[in-house]
Design a protein around this ligand. Structure first.
Ligand SMILES: [Zn+2]
Ligand SMILES: [Zn+2]
Length: 425
């Protein structure tokens, strides 16, 4: 038997192997992914366990024990699922991991986020090869279901006794690719509020003009919502705020009408009409006042409207503070990250608020510091898009960036302030 090597070609082959496992929602092949990750863990002599907080949704937890087990640990998180694909719209098969003549690896998950999960492991392989031994324990979690909300994955882990016993001081999770040479890092993210508003009204003849129809009631809301959306777009376009600092409001579906096997009825005004809206709220936004606006302007009972949230994540953590990780010189984890990226020859941008949502929120909710970071620079943003890709050189550079980061984190021997604050509670 051959010892798995850290040659560039082996590193790329292992990445391709992970990419070829179809873990697309809504039917991710979690067990195949689990077998693969466990085989990697065994070849690295890491401690491992698989936990099914929810049946058929395995979560893999790996441990690289530190020499000083009393020191709080660092958790490197990644999710194993990916978003669905429209195969026929891809140039190369989305689960083929084809490498083109420019060295671009084509597959769903190359950016979001099988790259990151594998790069953690490859970095550990390189560190082990070099004889490095961690002072502080490093955990790796490979979690299911991030793309559908993470309730059966990262949230279960964050709330578990297993997690409590891991004594985690800091979490690293996914970020976003950067189109330029500077990596991006996220110290917070916008909270999703997935809103469904429903209008009812008097049905009637399609030729009759009368008040209080379901359609009119819903359209008045939509006018109001679009006005609010425009105010946010204006701030963005004027350069007053960044994308992570405004509230995004996007209509994602509309449903109304009376359907028959022959199509919609054309001369009947429906008694019900409904809209779905994806809202994302920055950590410092006034979520209460937005909820008030929804109840009073977007779905007022006085206009025969009701509303419900399919998902509503609070912008504050369990202590009532905005769920933002301090990302300046007062947070040693941030300082270590900056230094490690630079010493690996990379550049790091200013901390930002992620416009999307990641599992990091479940750890920030607990009051833990968490940074979103994917070592992907000089790459077009193709996450959730057709033809998602990552260049193999960029991927290999990312592995070396994690070598630097993990080495710094695993060597860091101070008790952190966060830990001290936690002990006081
Ligand atoms: Zn992701
Ligand atoms: Zn995603």
């Amino acid at each position: 038997t051959q010892h798995p090597s850290s040659s560039s070609s082996s590193i790329i082959s292992r990445f391709q192997e992970y990419l070829r496992i179809n873990t697309a929602q809504p039917n991710p092949n979690y067990y195949e992914a689990t077998d693969f990750i466990l085989s990697q863990a065994k070849s690295l002599s890491l401690e491992f366990q698989t936990i099914e907080f929810v049946k058929s949704k395995p979560l893999i937890l790996l441990k690289w024990p530190g020499k000083n087990p009393k020191l709080p640990s660092v958790l490197l998180n990644s999710h194993t699922d990916v978003v669905p694909v429209e195969s026929q719209k891809w140039v190369h098969h989305p689960f083929g991991a084809h490498i083109d003549s420019d060295g671009n690896i084509h597959a769903r998950g190359t950016q979001d986020m099988k790259s990151v999960g594998m790069q953690y492991l490859e970095a550990i392989r390189k560190l082990k090869d070099s004889g490095f031994e961690p002072t502080r324990t490093i955990y790796l979690s490979f979690v299911p279901d991030e793309e559908i909300g993470g309730r059966d994955g990262a949230e279960k882990l964050a709330e578990s006794d297993v997690f409590e016993n891991m004594n985690v001081a800091f979490v690293l999770d996914e970020g976003m690719p950067s189109p330029n040479e500077k990596y991006r890092a996220y110290n917070g993210e916008r909270s999703p509020m997935w809103l469904v508003i429903k209008a009812t009204g008097a049905p009637g003849h399609g030729a009759k003009l009368y008040d209080n129809t379901a359609m009119e009631n819903l359209l008045k809301s939509i006018e109001s919502i679009r006005g609010f959306r425009a105010s946010q777009v204006d701030m963005l376009k004027a350069g007053l705020k960044s994308e992570g600092e405004v509230i995004s409001v996007n209509l994602v579906y509309l449903r109304a009408g009376t359907q028959t096997p022959n199509g919609f009825v054309m001369n009947l005004q429906p008694s019900e009409a409904e809209a779905g809206i994806d809202i994302r709220v920055p950590p410092t936004a006034d979520q209460k006042s937005l909820e008030k606006r929804i109840a009073e302007e977007w779905a007022p009972a006085s206009r025969n409207m009701t509303f419900e949230f399919k998902l509503k994540v609070p912008v504050v953590d369990r202590y009532g503070k905005p769920a933002l990780t301090v990302a300046d010189n007062s947070n040693p984890w941030w300082v270590l990250l900056e230094k490690a990226v630079y010493s690996a020859g990379g550049k790091l941008g200013k901390p930002e608020v992620n416009i999307g949502t990641t599992d990091a929120r479940y750890f920030r909710q607990r009051g833990l510091p968490a940074i979103g970071f994917s070592p992907i620079a000089n790459t077009p943003l193709l996450l959730h898009d057709h033809n998602e890709l990552l260049n193999q050189r960029e991927y290999l550079k990312g592995v070396d960036t994690y070598v630097s980061i993990i080495k710094a984190y695993a060597s860091y021997a101070e008790e952190t302030e966060t830990q001290a604050a936690k002990d006081e509670l």
